[in-house]
Write a protein that binds this ligand. Structure first.
Ligand SMILES: Cc1cc2nc3c(=O)[nH]c(=O)nc-3n(C[C@H](O)[C@H](O)[C@H](O)COP(=O)(O)OP(=O)(O)OC[C@H]3O[C@@H](n4cnc5c(N)ncnc54)[C@H](O)[C@@H]3O)c2cc1C
Length: 385
């Protein structure tokens, strides 16, 4: 397993504590959670008590007071454990930061401490049945009526959708505009009517994670729940936070790659073919050497991006490079590793099969890899003028 250059004793001990928590509180429940398509509510409270929620949020708001590195350790370890049901990277790594960065002081004090204990579960609702990549074309409307917004529309593929108590909802407050008409409202689900949650969606992987559709029918949200002081800031807010989301996806992909390699080393060392361990065959050795090289390259790039994020210099284009390249490499590595397992690789009792199912989505969410390349090319094109 790769040891990031920024790792220190404190982060190592956090990593070990997180690993123990996942081994005892998540992994044994995975089969049942996969069947029910969501985790038990109480595991959120347990994760809060273990200090695994909102580690990068200021202590003044109940968070851990750590940095992106604390989050990186916690999220990577969960990906390595192949126990993705607890949608914490979204809750703590994304939603909590929208609130910390853009909400009013009063809202931060109201929501963040409860997110840190697990009392409130967060979700981010951008994607709609008709549009995902092209966010400017969303059709969910939030139109002002006195001191409330009236929301009509639908969202889909929403992580933590069924359990969410706080939904950062991306909607058009001015449908006549494109990006400038987009705002984010924080929906406190216990306080609204007109919100309906669909049944859990049947996915090809990440079965224990709760993913559903949301429907809004005249849902009334107080105007004070607008994120940021004025309307039309949603697109800018999204752009500001997306680099972090993309780096989180990349580092979780790296953790999956490393777990796949560890599993395959162990499997091929024990499996005998034609009178010798599979690991002794030159093809196996070359394939594993290639996989290890990919993981090392990914790790070096991610370490560099993490340092830039901490320094405030991670550009959207660089984050996009990390996201597409690492998730693409992860797909190839996990596929190679599965092949080296033979038929066992197709059986979900083997970790490699579950990794194969789970990592496919990394190339799709947090902005598809094609959109990442668009962003990079757009950035490059500026150099040409
Ligand atoms: C398990 C899972 C969890 C998710 N969780 C969330 C969540 O919590 N919140 C949320 O809001 N969304 C979530 N999503 C949605 C995800 O972000 C979208 O699926 C993704 O952004 C792609 O949007 P789309 O599905 O509408 O595909 P589309 O945008 O329709 O894309 C279809 C294809 O067209 C390609 N394409 C689109 N535009 C271009 C272009 N300009 N140039 C070249 N190719 C292009 C895409 O790359 C893709 O290959 C989740 C999705 C999944 C599968």
């Amino acid at each position: 397993m790769h040891q990031p250059q920024w790792m220190n004793a404190e982060l190592e001990s956090l990593r070990d504590a997180a690993r123990r928590f996942y081994e005892t509180e998540l992994v044994p429940h995975e089969p049942r959670w996969c069947a029910q398509q969501h985790v038990d509510r109480e595991v959120w409270y347990k994760a809060g008590a273990a200090g695994l929620l909102c580690p990068g949020i200021a202590e003044a708001y109940g968070g851990g007071g750590g940095s992106f590195l604390h989050e990186a350790v916690i999220f990577a370890e969960q990906a390595r454990a192949i126990a993705g049901g607890l949608g914490n990277s979204l809750h703590s790594g994304i939603v909590a930061h929208y609130i910390e960065n853009f909400a009013s002081e009063d809202q931060k004090r109201r929501w963040l401490p409860k997110m840190a204990t697990g009392e409130l579960v967060g979700a981010l609702a951008m994607t709609e049945p008709g549009t995902g990549s092209d966010l400017q074309s969303i059709r969910t409307r939030a139109l002002r009526d006195g001191d409330h917004y009236v929301v009509d529309g639908a969202k889909t593929y929403i992580t933590n959708g069924t359990s969410a108590d706080l939904i950062c909802l991306v909607a058009k407050t001015d449908p006549s505009q494109g990006a400038r008409g987009v705002s984010i409202l924080v929906v406190e689900t216990a306080k609204v009517t007109g919100l309906r949650r669909g049944q859990p969606l049947h996915k090809i992987g990440m079965h224990s994670q709760d993913t559903c559709e949301l429907f809004f029918d005249g849902m009334r949200v107080p105007c004070e729940n607008l994120l940021g002081p004025e309307e039309g800031q949603g697109f800018r807010q999204l752009m500001k936070e997306l680099a972090r989301e993309r780096l989180i996806t990349a580092l979780m992909s790296l953790a999956c790659m490393e777990r796949a390699i560890e599993e395959t080393l162990r499997f091929t060392a024990g499996r005998r073919v034609f009178g010798q361990p599979l690991l002794e065959m030159q093809n196996t050795r070359f394939r594993l050497a290639e996989c290890e090289t990919q993981a090392h390259l990914a790790a070096a790039f991610i370490d560099d991006c993490a340092r830039r994020l901490l320094a405030g210099t991670l550009s959207p284009a660089t984050a996009a490079m990390a996201k597409w390249w690492v998730t693409d490499a992860c797909g190839k590595v996990v596929d190679e590793c599965l092949q080296l397992h033979g038929g066992a690789g197709y059986m979900t009792e083997y970790p490699i099969a579950r990794l194969y199912q789970n990592v496919r989505v990394h190339r799709i969410l947090a902005g598809t890899n094609e959109i990442m390349k668009e962003l990079i090319a757009r950035d490059m094109a500026q150099r040409a003028v």
